[in-house]
Design a protein around this ligand. Structure first.
Ligand code: MN
Ligand code: MN
Length: 464
C-alpha cells in the first residue's frame, strides 16, 4: 500500500533509535563472543590495582612496552605507563604529527565498595568483625547479607608487600554484613531508606570461634581471627595501618535472563568501558592519530588523589609525548579529542518516574552518547559542544555503530559527574560515551551484551 503524505513526512522528519536485536540480530553472536573476555576481565579485576595488573598482562602480551620519556617512537609503536599501580595509560603511536592532536579515551577502574578502616578488627559478644568505611556512592542497605571477598594490599614494616585475596577461590570462605530479621525490624523499618543500614552498621563478620587458652584472654575470637590471618599472610593487627583493603562482592560475572542477553556482575561501572577501551587500544594498528587510553582511579570519589583524573599525571604524560615530538603541548591538547568513557543509567521501567524517557538510554539500543552530566542545572558537568557531538555522531553513523542519546535521569532527580570535566580543564574537546547500566552502583549491576559490543566498536572506530 502506498504511504500517505503524513506517513512519508513522519518517516522523513521524526527519529527513533532502533533496537539492535531487531535490526541487526546477527550481532548477538558476535556480542556473545566478545563478552566472554569481558566477564573474565571482571572476575580478574575487582579492584583498581587488579585491573591495572590485568591490563598490563594483556598489553604486554600484545607487544606493549613500558613508556620511556625521552626516547623516540615511530608509527605503530605501542607503550604503556603505570601510575602507582592504580592507574594506567596505553598508547599506539599514530601516522599524523603529534601537533595534530591525540585521540584520548578515558575510563575508570575504581568501583563503589566497602573499604576497611585503618584499625578494623574488633570483637563483640564473641563475634569478630571488620569496621568499614564505604567508598563511592552506595545504597548502604544493598550491601547487607551479600557474600563479600577481601581484596587488598598490606605493606609490612619491613617493606614486604602482601596481597590479600580471600573469598574468590573455590573453597575460600566469604564474609558479610548482617541485617536484622524482619520479625525484629519494627524500628528499623521506620528508618529512611538511606539509613536502612547505617554507615557504622556496615560491620563485616569475619569469625566466631575463640582462641582456647588456659588463661582468661580478652577478646579471644578476635585473637583467633588475627592468628588465622597471621598464619596465612604473616601479618599482625598493626599491619592494617599500612594497608588498602577492599570488601567487594564475591560473586563472579554471569549471564542474566532466559535469553542470556545481559551480564550481571559487580564493578561494571566502569570496568565495562575500561575493558572495551583496552580492547580497542590493543586493536589499534597504525592509527591516524596517536592514541592515549587512560584507565583511572578515584572517579567514584570525585577523581581526587594523584591516581585520579584531577591529578596532572595524564597532562604530564602528554607533555612527555609532545616533548618527544618537539611540539608545543598546548597545540597537542587544543587539537585532541577525548571520549570520557563511562556508564549511564539505563531506563528502568520499574522506576520510570526517576527518568525522562525521551532522553534516557535503554538496554539493547547501543552505546550512549551523553552530552552533559551534572546536577541542579548541569553543575559539575562538561557540556560537550554541538560541533563535537556532530563529529562523534558522524563517526558512529559512518561505521554502522548502534548508539543512542542519554541524560542521567530526569531534571533535578539527582545527577552525577564523570572524568569529562577534568579532561576539559586541559583544553581538550571531550564528550561522555559509554554503556547503559541497570542497578548501577549495586553489588550486582546489569549491562546488555549488545551494548557492550557496540561500545567496543565505537572505541575502535575512534582509534581508526
Ligand atoms: Mn562511572
Ligand atoms: Mn559510578
Amino acid at each position: 500500500m502506498e504511504k500517505t503524505k503524513g506517513q512519508q513526512l513522519q518517516e522523513e522528519l521524526t527519529f527513533k533509535f532502533p533496537h539492535i536485536a531487531k535490526e541487526a540480530p546477527y550481532q548477538r553472536e558476535e556480542a556473545e563472543m566478545f563478552c566472554e573476555g569481558y566477564k573474565r576481565f571482571l572476575d580478574n579485576g575487582k579492584t583498581e590495582r587488579e585491573c591495572v595488573r590485568e591490563a598490563v598482562a594483556m598489553l604486554e602480551m600484545q607487544g606493549y612496552r613500558p613508556f620511556e620519556a625521552g626516547r623516540s617512537y615511530k608509527t605503530g609503536d605501542k607503550v604503556y605507563y603505570v601510575n602507582r599501580g592504580k592507574a594506567i595509560i596505553a598508547t599506539t603511536f599514530g601516522k599524523a604529527g603529534m601537533e595534530q592532536g591525540l585521540r584520548i579515551n578515558g575510563a575508570h577502574i575504581d568501583s563503589p565498595r566497602l573499604d576497611l578502616k585503618p584499625n578494623p578488627v574488633f570483637e563483640k559478644n564473641d563475634l569478630a568483625y571488620f569496621k568499614t568505611h564505604y567508598y563511592g556512592g552506595i545504597k548502604k542497605y544493598q550491601w547487607g547479607t551479600v557474600p563479600l571477598a577481601i581484596h587488598g594490599v598490606i605493606i609490612k614494616k619491613n617493606g614486604e608487600v602482601v596481597e590479600l585475596n580471600i573469598g574468590e577461590k573455590e573453597g575460600d570462605p566469604v564474609f558479610c554484613v548482617t541485617d536484622l530479621l524482619p520479625h525484629l525490624a519494627g524500628e528499623q523499618n521506620d528508618r529512611k531508606l538511606r539509613d536502612g543500614l547505617k554507615g557504622e552498621e556496615l560491620n563485616v563478620l569475619i569469625s566466631s570461634i575463640p582462641f582456647i587458652d588456659e588463661a582468661e584472654l580478652k577478646e579471644p575470637v578476635k585473637l583467633l581471627a588475627l592468628k588465622l590471618l597471621n598464619d596465612r599472610y604473616g601479618i599482625t593487627e598493626a599491619d592494617f595501618f599500612r594497608a588498602e583493603i577492599e570488601l567487594v562482592p564475591a560473586q563472579k560475572a554471569c549471564d542474566v535472563g532466559l535469553d542470556h542477553s545481559l551480564i550481571g556482575a559487580y564493578g561494571q561501572d566502569d570496568r565495562v568501558c575500561a575493558y572495551t577501551a583496552l580492547m580497542a587500544e590493543i586493536d589499534a594498528n597504525m592509527p591516524e592519530y596517536t592514541t592515549v587510553t587512560v584507565l583511572a582511579d578515584k572517579e567514584e570519589v570525585g577523581s581526587e588523589g594523584n591516581t585520579g583524573l584531577d591529578s596532572d599525571f595524564v597532562l604530564h604524560y602528554i607533555q612527555d609525548l609532545a616533548a618527544m615530538a618537539q611540539v608545543d603541548v598546548r597545540m597537542v591538547l587544543r587539537n585532541s579529542i577525548c571520549l570520557s568513557s563511562d556508564v549511564n543509567a539505563a531506563y528502568d521501567p520499574t522506576f520510570g518516574q526517576a527518568y525522562e524517557d525521551r532522553n534516557s538510554c535503554f538496554l539493547n539500543k547501543g552505546c550512549v552518547l551523553t552530552k552533559y552530566t551534572g546536577v541542579r542545572g548541569k553543575s559539575g558537568s562538561n557540556d560537550a559542544s554541538a560541533e563535537l557531538m556532530a563529529k562523534m555522531i558522524a563517526m558512529m553513523e559512518q561505521e554502522g555503530i548502534y548508539w543512542q542519546i542519554g541524560e542521567l535521569g530526569a531534571v533535578d532527580q539527582g545527577g552525577g559527574g564523570t572524568i569529562a570535566k577534568y579532561v576539559a580543564h586541559m583544553n581538550v574537546d571531550v564528550v561522555d560515551l559509554g554503556v547503559p547500566i541497570l542497578s548501577m552502583h549495586s553489588p550486582f549491576e546489569l549491562s546488555s551484551k549488545l551494548d557492550v559490543y557496540n561500545t567496543y566498536k565505537a572505541f575502535r572506530a575512534f582509534y581508526k
